[in-house]
Design a protein around this ligand. Sequence first.
Ligand SMILES: [Zn+2]
Length: 351
Amino acid sequence: MRLLARNASESRIQPAASMYMVVSSLPFCVSPSKSSIQAITFMSHAEMPRTELPAGLQVFERGWLSSNNILFIDANSTALVDSGYMTHAAQTLALVQHALQGRPLELLINTHLHSDHCGGNAVLQQAYRCRTLIPVADVLAVAAWDEDLLTFKATGQRCQRFTFDDSLSPGQQLHLGGLTWQALAAPGHDPHSFMLYCASEAILISADALWQNGFGVIFPELEGESGFAEQAAVLNLIEALDVRIVIPGHGAPFSDVADALERARSRLDYLSADPRRNARNALKVMIAFQLLESQQLPLPQIRQAFNRNRLMQASASLLDEPLDPLLESLTADLVKSGVARLQGGSLVSTR
Ligand SMILES: [Zn+2]
């Protein structure tokens, strides 16, 4: 059963008696195009056994800009994994409030601190005073709100300042939704990122380490750090686990894990064979993200972003092409792929 609900920009959230809800999104980390809120009710065990989620777990599949949010509810506790992008924070709060039906959100966990995964933290903290866990390697940067260490400034994205109460370390166990989850380090896309694995249900919350079609930009490689090897190791780790369902950071939960791993490996081989491919992809993703946020970007503004944003600069120097032809070919690619159109010297979002 598939229910179409209201547009994401509207304030009322359609009630959904489901475990899994599609809200709208393209990631900073890229995936499917959805423009409206959809709620999908999972079928009975017999009809969809491999994708059935446990009763204490709900996935809000978000639209453009925001990561998915995973909400855990059991008799004793409530928790949310990842909070979406800042400009969608009100919608994140509305989704959580609706699902919690008056109960407070007690715990907030970030798989990693990219702006599309932690941009709703501040609003949720204001609403609930929820305890917040962040990756252990990001503790100092968040405590000092060090804009150079955090990735927001380097990518031209925004994130409202938030606080944390504790850290998440490799191997740490968490009790969420009546189940035991283990935090697994997942460097590659982001050196500090985690996945969460529930062995008893064979469910993996993969963040941006594995999507149904690919994975997030391998950011460390843009600045000369290792990332491809780490990403390969993370894919090997996932293969070694018993995984029935993957809940990715973007896109719908999926169960064809072997196929997804094969696609991811093929993509990784392609990128690592020539790091300029990773740099070019990163630039398109960063421009597309800014375009989604502002909906319209004059080309001179994109040009300026190359001077302002460290990771755009690093990507451009890896490509070692003059800026104007580079910009021209990147915008042509974005138009060709259908995410934008050119209008009067500006890129205009089609999403
Ligand atoms: Zn990410």
